[in-house]
Design a protein around this ligand. Structure first.
Ligand code: FES
Length: 107
């Protein structure tokens, strides 16, 4: 497998109902991961970009969280509607989506 240009990590962590931290899964990360998978598939971007779901990325209250490497850009409160913009602007054109990035004191 050729090394992808960027790696997209979507937190899919789950916690029991009532846990005060909540989790990205409870906040809708499943639909975010699905939207990424659909877009990468439709555009045939799987060789260029790698998508993985992960356990907790440590910023639970700001989830659903999405981390992009090699830059280390962390997005928070991502919805499925944000996915096309992240792909077009950041993953394909190299400009992170500033309004979706978590603040510097978070990450
Ligand atoms: S549960 Fe997603 S960042 Fe912690």
């Amino acid at each position: 497998m050729a090394r992808p240009e960027k790696h997209i990590l979507v937190c899919a962590h789950s916690r029991p109902e009532g846990d005060p931290k909540g989790s990205c899964q409870q906040r809708g990360s499943g639909s975010v991961a699905e939207a990424f998978a659909n877009e990468l598939g439709e555009r045939e971007l799987w060789g260029k970009l790698k998508l993985s779901t992960t356990s907790c990325l440590g910023i639970c209250e700001h989830g659903p969280s999405v981390l992009v490497y090699p830059e280390g850009v962390m997005y928070g409160k991502v919805t499925a509607d944000d996915v096309v913009k992240i792909i077009d602007q950041h993953l394909l054109n190299g400009e992170p989506v500033e309004e979706l990035k978590v603040s510097a004191d978070v990450w």
